[in-house]
Design a protein around this ligand. Structure first.
Ligand code: UDP
Ligand code: UDP
Length: 442
């Protein structure tokens, strides 16, 4: 969902600017959340033309690698099915004026689109700061060399501990995709990022000034991207509960669409939320893929917590953007997936950053630097050596401190204003996208 969400938002934004949009949807999907959101896009925006990409499963029982993340295997299958693309693209009438590709498919899809003379753009689904690493790494890597601290020109040094863990293993599927896609950046007409200039001024300027890699296409900040419109009515059960809470009193806790916690950590988090003394809305997740997440809440958290009344514990999808935009929500305990960070910025909700893996430490460092929140640096991430569960007592104390931090309250309000200014009419992100649309329509 971290990749699909910005595409849904970009597609609906382009459609509402009067663009004719074709959305290539991969079938089947890994998670139910993907299927549900794709169907909602197509039914709420009948002007968006769906084009099904029937995936060939390249990983049958013979060569499935259980250690690999199901989303990365899926991504690799899409990449290996790239030969299905030309007939789809050339079947369209009127023909496409441009093609926007997810960064994780870039090296597989760009050469094909370029052969068809189709101007191709990349949507980068993480921060511009992560993009500096993406662009810089291919030039740095000699085969089989371990990645250490990285000094990217124009950027603050990136310690090895902040780099996505999989990148320390050159044989990992993700690492291979990362490097190939990093090289493919040079073949795009421009790279779009769901960020705004004031949040990542150093990265945007290092990328566009040629400091990171020479010859990189323009990097265009187009965020925060807006959520697609939904038909009114039928709010989920979280909202009546939120409506009854005082302004800015609720701590929202969620680790995104694909980060599961261990039983032990779930238990301690429950203790922590109780000890914090704050109201909370907590989304519990036990399995990476939602379709496999069958355990009931009562098996995971204590009865006392469910009956407490100061908190609402849910399992399953909540509309996070709406939750963050609700006036009762005052803080967000987040893994710092990039979409979550940008949503918190746009809604002016302070973040307690608890990165769990991938690009999340890089994003957490931006949360801290921008004034959007604080980063619990000493809490390790999944699989890290010597990392045990984080104890409830400590979690409770951090949450309490963040809720009472007036300094953070002021800086978060500033970040929100900057976010709204960038995406509002005439703002830097608004202009970035408007200039692209103008180019496509001329
Ligand atoms: N999301 C949501 N409800 C959920 C879980 C996730 O709306 O219960 C959305 C969230 O708002 C964000 C996206 O799914 O837009 C997740 O992307 P992110 O980059 O934050 O994290 P990832 O899931 O990729 O780790
Ligand atoms: N990963 C993994 N197994 C793999 C490939 C990747 O566990 O085979 C994990 C790993 O933690 C890596 C992360 O996925 O660091 C990559 O995440 P990325 O930064 O691309 O974020 P996402 O694509 O989920 O938004």
């Amino acid at each position: 969902m971290g990749h699909l969400t910005p595409f849904l938002r970009l597609a609906s934004t382009l459609a509402s600017h009067g663009c004719r949009v074709t959305f290539i949807a991969i079938h089947p999907t890994v998670s139910s959340a993907e299927s549900v959101h794709l169907s909602a896009l197509f039914s709420n925006y009948p002007q968006i033309h769906p084009l099904e990409f029937p995936l060939i499963d390249h990983f049958d029982a013979m060569d499935a690698k259980p250690a690999h993340d199901p989303f990365y295997l899926h991504c690799e299958s899409i990449r290996r099915s790239a030969h299905l693309l030309p007939p789809l693209l050339t079947s369209l009438s009127p023909p496409l004026s441009s093609f926007i590709v997810d960064i994780s498919l870039a090296s597989a899809f760009l050469p094909i689109a370029n052969k068809l003379n189709l101007p191709t753009y990349i949507l980068f689904t993480s921060s511009a700061t992560m993009l500096t690493l993406f662009a810089y790494l291919p030039g740095l890597i000699a085969d089989d060399k371990r990645i250490d601290d990285v000094a990217i020109p124009g950027m603050q040094p990136l310690p090895a501990s902040m780099i996505p863990p999989a990148l320390h293993d050159s044989t990992n599927l993700f690492t291979k995709q990362f490097i190939e896609n990093g090289r493919a950046l040079l073949q795009a007409k421009a790279i779009l990022v769901n960020t705004f200039e004031s949040l990542e001024a150093d990265a945007v300027s290092a990328l566009n000034g040629g400091a990171v890699v020479r010859g990189l296409p323009p990097v265009v900040a187009i965020g925060p991207l807006q959520q697609p419109a939904r038909p009114s009515g039928r709010p989920g059960h979280t909202f009546p509960w939120l409506d009854a809470q005082p302004p800015r009193s609720v701590v929202y806790v969620s680790f995104g669409s694909r980060t599961a916690l261990s039983r032990a950590q779930i238990k301690e988090l429950g203790v922590g939320l109780e000890r914090s003394g704050c109201r909370f809305l907590w989304v519990v997740k036990r399995k990476i893929v939602d379709r496999e997440d069958g355990e009931g809440l009562e098996e995971l958290v204590s009865d006392g917590l469910l009956e407490w009344g100061r908190g609402l514990v849910v399992k399953g999808w909540v509309d996070q953007n709406e939750v963050l935009g609700h006036g009762a929500v005052g803080a967000f305990v987040s893994h710092c997936g990039w979409n979550s960070v940008v949503e918190a910025a746009a809604c002016g909700v302070r973040v307690l950053a608890w990165p769990r893996g991938a690009d999340q430490r890089v994003n957490a460092s931006l949360v801290e630097r921008s004034g959007l929140g604080v980063w619990a640096r000493e809490w390790g991430w999944d699989g890290e050596e010597g990392v045990e569960v984080v104890w409830g007592e400590e979690i409770g104390q951090r949450v309490r401190e963040l809720m009472g931090d007036t300094h953070v309250g002021e800086s978060v309000a500033r970040v929100r204003e900057e976010a709204l200014r960038a995406s509002g009419m005439g703002g830097s992100s608004y202009k970035g996208l408007a200039d692209l649309i103008e180019k496509w329509s001329s």
